[in-house]
Design a protein around this ligand. Structure first.
Ligand SMILES: [Zn+2]
Length: 356
């Protein structure tokens, strides 16, 4: 399945911003043709001509998700995850593909095989069997013409193209039985398109770990590209590469997801302890004296008559002496009575007053 990217076929920048559509929102696959006029060329002119028309209509660019030419080339339009402009009411649910023929032109085998391969790829990516539709199933129109519409009704057969022998599971979830709801359920729980109760848990844990941005809806039990992308982002964030970061959860991914998300580096609360200003001495006047008085009273060394002031007066000195009587190791060397608070004493006093 080789899709020629917009940059490769020379697309113009989007005229606006097509909305994002999650693969999980896709349920149908629409076939279109170009209209009444046959197209007798292939190559990049095909998407370029459509782009001109659609931009002239005021659209963002090619309105189809993909365009297929008669040589079997597939050109990217809106691609897998952008909202199309191809069938009103079905642009989110439906992936629209134009097979570039017109009028009563016969589609080539190569074009049909490429369109069918796109359909199978769409089913694989979305994990469900998409409804096969022609444009006229969505709105009254001649599109996709009688021949292509018959082909759609026939189930989109494609000569020389092998459809996958194991179509994606259409859902179910029977595989969940016996799972305990907690431990790693085994790799088989995480197959694209298949449902398992563990997929919901996986998604919920990814959201808890900060990967909710991947989920435009859900999480749900079906393992989709969205789950895979979110898982891969988580795995890469662990520093893993290669197959360790393939988007499929293994035991280690599961274990880490189940643990509580790491919190940011915790900043210890800033200490309230302050240093003593060297000018705070018995008999001196200083702004910090008021704080000293408050601490002494709070720690139980009051009362201090006349407090609170900036003067390191007699009452303050007596309170400091009481503090030193209780904490003799903080007294000045050789002093039995010490009215002068020291640097270490001031720190200790703050702790006694419940500062941390
Ligand atoms: Zn159409």
């Amino acid at each position: 399945m080789n899709v020629i990217s917009r940059s490769s076929w020379g697309a113009k920048p989007w005229n606006g911003t097509p909305s994002y559509v999650a693969l999980s929102q896709r349920t149908e696959f629409f076939i279109h043709y170009d209209g009444a006029t046959p197209i007798n060329y292939t190559g990049v002119q095909v998407p370029q001509a459509i782009e001109r028309t659609h931009i002239n209509q005021g659209w963002a660019g090619v309105g189809y998700n993909f365009v297929v030419d008669q040589a079997g080339n597939v050109y990217e339009g809106r691609g897998w995850t952008k909202q199309g402009a191809h069938c009103p009411g079905h642009n989110v649910s439906g992936i629209g593909v134009q097979i570039a023929i017109g009028g009563s032109q016969e589609p080539s085998d190569k074009a049909l095989a490429a369109a069918r391969a796109l359909y199978d790829e769409a089913c694989r990516k979305t994990g469900r069997t998409l409804a096969k539709k022609g444009h006229r199933d969505g709105i009254a129109t001649a599109c996709p013409g009688a021949k292509l519409y018959t082909w759609v009704l026939d189930g989109m057969p494609a000569d020389g193209y092998d459809t996958p022998t194991t179509p994606p599971s259409s859902g179910g979830g029977s595989g969940s039985s016996g799972w305990n709801g907690k431990s790693f359920p085994g790799a088989s729980a995480f197959k694209l398109g298949q449902s398992h109760a563990a997929v919901t848990v996986l998604g919920q844990r990814l959201v808890a770990h900060g990967y909710g941005r991947f989920y435009k809806e859900g999480p749900g039990p079906r393992f989709t590209e969205v789950d895979k992308d979110a898982t891969q982002a988580f795995q890469k964030a662990q520093g893993w590469t290669g197959t360790d970061a393939d988007g499929y959860p293994g035991t280690e991914t599961w274990k880490r997801l189940m643990t509580a998300p790491a919190k940011g580096p915790s900043t210890p609360p800033k200490s309230q302890i302050v240093a003593l200003n060297g000018a705070v001495k018995p008999g001196a006047t200083h702004a910090q004296v008021k704080e000293l008085q408050q601490l002494l009273v709070k720690a139980g060394y009051g009362p201090i008559p006349g407090a609170y002031t900036t003067l390191y007066g007699a009452g303050t000195q007596k309170a400091v002496a009481r503090f030193h009587t209780k904490n003799p190791h903080l007294k000045g060397a050789g002093l039995s009575y010490d009215p002068a608070i020291g640097k270490k004493g001031f720190v200790e006093l703050q702790k006694e007053a419940d500062r941390k």
